[in-house]
Design a protein around this ligand. Sequence first.
Ligand code: ATP
Ligand code: MG
Length: 180
Amino acid sequence: VDPVSGIGRGYIHVYTGEGKGKTTAALGLALRAAGNGLKVLVIQFLKGPEWTGERIAAEKLAANLQIRPAGRGGVLAPSDITAEDRALAREALDEAGRQTVSRDWDVVVLDEINTACSLGLVDVRDVLGIMEAKPAGVEMVLTGRGAPEEVTERADLVTEMKEVKHYFKRGVTARAGIEK
Ligand code: ATP
Ligand code: MG
C-alpha cells in the first residue's frame, strides 16, 4: 500500500466514555493500519515503561507500528499527580506535537491523552494545538475518559464507550492479555 494514497485525507477520532474498549479500539485501528503498510505511532500518556501485550506484539510489527510509553502508571486522580508527572506530560505533549508534523507517520494515536487532560496534567489548548497542526494526510486518534468538549467539537469522529456492565465492578482488575 502506498502510504500517501493509502488513507487519503486523514481524520481525527476520539474514543471516550466509561466503558471498556477505548484503547482496544485504537490498537485495533493501529493493527489494521500497520497491516496495510501504513506507519503508526502510539504515544501512551499515563502509562509507564512496564510491558504490555500490545508493546510485545508491536515489536513484531516494528517496521510499521511503534508504541512509546510517556508517563507513569497509577495516576488515577488529581491528588496522585507529582511534579515529575507534569514534566513527563509536558514531554509527551511536545513529542506528540513534533511527531504529528514529522511526516514519519500516517497514523498517530495519543492514548489516554483525554484522561491526562481531564486530570489537569495537560492543557486542553495544547491538545487543540496538536489537532490543528495535524497534516492533512495523517489520521489521529485520541483516547481516554472525559474528553473535553473543545476536543470532541473539533474531532471528525467521536465514539463514546458506554458501560453497560463491567467485571471491574465485581473486583476483576486488569488481566494480562485482556486489559494489558
Ligand atoms: P481497554 O484498554 O481494555 O480498551 P479502556 O481504554 O476503554 O480499556 P481505560 O479507561 O483506559 O479503559 O481503563 C483501563 C483500566 O481501568 C482497565 O484495566 C480496567 O481494569 C479499569 N477499568 C475499566 N473500567 C472501569 C470502571 N468502570 N471503573 C473503574 N475502573 C475501570
Ligand atoms: Mg485506555
